[in-house]
Design a protein around this ligand. Sequence first.
Ligand SMILES: Cc1ncc(COP(=O)(O)O)c(C=O)c1O
Length: 394
Amino acid sequence: MNDKPFHDTPAIEDVRQPIRDLPVSLIREVSDLGIGKPGVIPLWFGESDITTPEFICDAAKNALDEGDTFYQPNAGIDPLRESLAAYMNRLYGTALTPAHVTITVSGMNAVMIAMQAIVGAGDHLVSAEPSWPNLTATARILGAEVTNIDQTPHPEGWQLDLDRLFDACGPKTRAILINSPANPSGWMMEPEAQRAVLDFARERGLWIVADEVYARVVYDRPVAPSFLEVAEDEDRVIVINSFSKSWAMTGWRLGWITAPPSIGTIIEKLIEFNIACPPGFIQQAGVTAIEDGEDFIKETVAGYRDSRDLVVARLGQLSRVMLPYPRAAFYAFFSVDGMDDGFALCRQVLEETGVGMAPGEAFGDVGKGFIRLCFATRPRLLDEALGKLEPYLR
Ligand SMILES: Cc1ncc(COP(=O)(O)O)c(C=O)c1O
């Protein structure tokens, strides 16, 4: 590394450059100022205020009582891989098998493992912003370069210019990352656009990494369009999913990857060297979530729809605010005319009212002038938060 004696205190310079270059999370910077303080209404993270339903918690407790405390297979336990294959086949009319499915400890872990499999130093990844910064950070950690195409805000929803996405792909590009439904914008890619991305990727031999963790948080249909519906079995498509959002399981850290079986052994190897395996009792709870969780999803998504409609109506009355219509996911990502420092406004609102939100610049330069508010919270609290927030946006 350098010629210092090994017992010298390590300096930041001793850490790999791509890691030193990672930005700190602006979402965390705001939340650190207020998390856990009395009276704070936290709308900064991407999670609901509902705790995981009891029947799922009971499944984990039962598994522990039965002694499920040991290492598990790398790719996950068979019952969960089988349940997930059947679940996706029900939703998408696909013919997936357990061999397509690998269990991970969260969607975040799934993204990292997918990226480890396909990008490294000198490679290039193309994606779109505004976006949850953690997604492309994985490629950067691995030494790859990232180009983000700006999406365009429009009152009817954010738009993505596919030609710009394709033009950004060069000889070093290995993958295109698409997050749909998207955090923070609520944008959703339709099947026609998915087919165009797939055709382009096939032509160029590129991978598609599709982050579909908000697949069920969608308001005009039961499930968002998936790349799984348009891809053939051996297309270079890796789909990321998670239990966090649909089953209110953010703290459990459980997710899954759907990928061509031909790279299954590669993904298994990466699981071994990252986490060895996801915990058994958590996976047992996952089986119960998949088998018995449909009513829970229907109820909670109906609640999020009401919250979405409330936020759209209330923010719609403020002349300085422009909220591109969130078709899916559970965020209002709105611009505030005349505001140039989202972080400062979020801090001020937090300090003066206790309402916690995330500054738009956390999601890329195109997010400057925007604020993200997660509306997956009880209507009474949301109403109270909006009442406190509105004076700052008039
Ligand atoms: C777009 C997107 N992908 C992945 C994740 C990761 O979810 P988890 O790691 O909780 O499964 C999140 C979480 O906010 C997200 O917004």
